[in-house]
Design a protein. Structure first.
Length: 511
């Protein structure tokens, strides 16, 4: 028994060696069958590698489109809406304090308020607060386990609660006595000043950081996946070329060695393999381009427009703040100018009066000549991307609303300087609906919103088209591989059988 145990490994080695020897004998390149089998194996290896790389490229493209269109992208856009919602909340507060309708804000229908009627700005404030909180929670999902970003999320939520308390205190103090339109009691103005400082110096910057962090994640994913797709496209072309060369070499060898014409089956396999490589490479190039469009023509402009809307709302709120807190008007005028310059930059301008004048002149020139871009900032960047007369007309219309709003702001500042605070406040707000911003501002904001909607549609349409095109590869890739492999084997097998002396059946080709 011990003897058998001792010899068992040797027997296994012997049988294993025999199998390996037989396998190597199949591919002995010194014989005609060995050369044919070796070339066939090379083609099959190239086909396997080609299909694997195409599959990887399709998976990377699908993942990138999902990130931009369904996962990280929408979540980042939602975090961009945090700043927009916060700015809108602050604007609603300022409009109520400006008009003196604090009672309508404090009203609690169905509760101690009895038969009071809550004003529309309070409803808008509550809705926008829910939007802000929901967007912050989206940012928490995007942050995952990053402790710094999670602390920022928690800080924004805590700051929202503090802001609510400050606003409530300002409203209660403002409601205790009658005050002139556009003027607040000193104690109410102090609470409002604290609330708006919390908003502008703490909440809005942190909300902006959340958006920037999320955008960096999407940008990193986009660059990595697009680079991988382009690299895989190059490998597809290389592997396809190698496979076609191996097939052509096999056909030439068979034609010379067996003195036959070119095999139709092998010719079909060559065409199919070349077609798979061309179609696969083209599909990956198309998906890389779709990804670029979804990111650069959809996602990026949506984020930029969201930031611009938030900045414009904060700009409008600065004018409210200057009117409600005249002691700080110079400081608010300076922040108003800085935000105006971020929206539309004019070089060499040092004060608002000069900005108003230069704005009128430069926008008038640009309306007549799309090449006369004498401004920078957000609108300068958009003007430089204008490619058609239709795009120019759309931008000119948007700029006309911005110019009208700034023209109205010039009138508001002049009235405030003349100590006509009530008239200045009425001029700043909508004449018919005083709890709303001026019509020119609303037109500008609505046009920005419509432009953002068009870019969102670009992202959705491009991602949907890319995903539909990629879905075909779920079945097309394995079917193509099987068909090419079947053609290859069917074209080679009759030659091998003929060489080994086994005549092919009547249905097999002899050519």
């Amino acid at each position: 028994m011990a003897s058998k145990v001792v010899w068992l490994p040797r027997v296994l080695r012997l049988h294993g060696g025999m199998r390996i020897s037989r396998a190597l004998r199949l591919f002995r390149v010194g014989t005609t069958p060995g050369r044919v089998r070796a070339l066939t194996a090379l083609v099959l290896l190239s086909l396997t590698a080609l299909c694997s790389v195409i599959g990887l490229g399709v998976a990377d493209a699908r993942e990138a489109l999902r990130a931009v269109g369904h996962d990280e992208g929408p979540m980042v856009v939602a975090t961009g809406d945090v700043a927009l919602a916060l700015s809108d909340m602050d604007a609603q507060v300022a409009n109520v304090l400006m008009t003196g309708d604090e009672e309508g804000w404090l009203c609690e229908p169905g509760g101690d308020g009895g038969g009071c009627r809550r004003n529309p700005p309070r409803y808008s404030y509550d809705l926008r607060r829910e939007d802000a909180q929901r967007a912050v929670l989206q940012a928490a999902r995007l942050a995952e386990d990053d402790p710094v970003r999670l602390r920022t999320v928690q800080s924004v939520l805590d700051g929202l609660h503090q802001y609510d308390r400050r606003v409530q205190a300002a409203m209660e103090l403002g409601s205790r006595g009658e005050h002139a339109y556009g003027a607040l009691p000193a104690n109410a103005a102090a609470e409002y000043r604290a609330a708006t400082a919390l908003m502008t110096q703490d909440l809005l910057p942190k909300a902006g950081n959340l958006t920037l962090d999320g955008a960096a994640i999407v940008d990193s994913t986009y660059k990595e996946e697009r680079s991988a797709i382009r690299w895989e496209r190059g490998r597809v072309i290389a592997l396809g070329t190698a496979g076609v060369l191996a097939l052509v070499t096999l056909q030439i060898y068979l034609a010379v060695r067996f003195r036959r014409l070119v095999s139709p089956l092998l010719a079909a396999a060559t065409v199919a393999l070349a077609g798979l490589a061309v179609v696969g490479g083209s599909a990956l190039a198309t998906e890389a381009d779709r990804l670029r469009v979804a990111k650069e023509d959809g996602f990026d402009p949506v984020l930029a427009l969201s930031r611009m809307q938030s900045l414009a709302k904060s700009l409008d709120a600065d004018r409210n703040r200057a009117l409600l807190d005249p002691g700080e008007a110079d400081r608010y005028d300076q922040t108003y100018l800085e935000k105006s310059q971020a929206i539309l930059y004019i070089a060499g301008v040092s004060d608002l009066e000069e900005y108003y004048t230069q704005l009128e002149q430069r926008l008038a020139r640009y309306a007549g000549d799309p090449r006369a871009i004498g401004f920078g900032g957000f609108y300068g960047a958009r003007a430089r991307r204008v490619a058609t007369p239709a795009e120019h007309r759309v931008l000119v219309r948007l700029l006309s609303y911005y110019r009208a709003y700034q023209s109205n702001d010039r009138a508001v500042r002049r009235l405030a300087a003349a100590e006509r605070a009530g008239q200045a406040a009425r001029t700043h707000l909508d004449p018919g609906l005083p709890y709303l911003p001026h019509p020119a501002f609303r037109q500008h904001d609505q046009e920005l919103d419509a432009t953002s909607g068009r870019h969102r549609f670009v992202t959705e349409r491009t991602v949907r088209g890319g995903e539909s095109a990629l879905a075909v590869w779920r079945w097309a890739l394995p079917v193509s591989a099987l068909v090419i492999a079947a053609l290859l084997v069917a074209g080679v097998w009759p030659r091998l059988r003929e060489y080994l002396g086994t005549p092919p059946t009547g249905g097999e080709e002899h050519g």
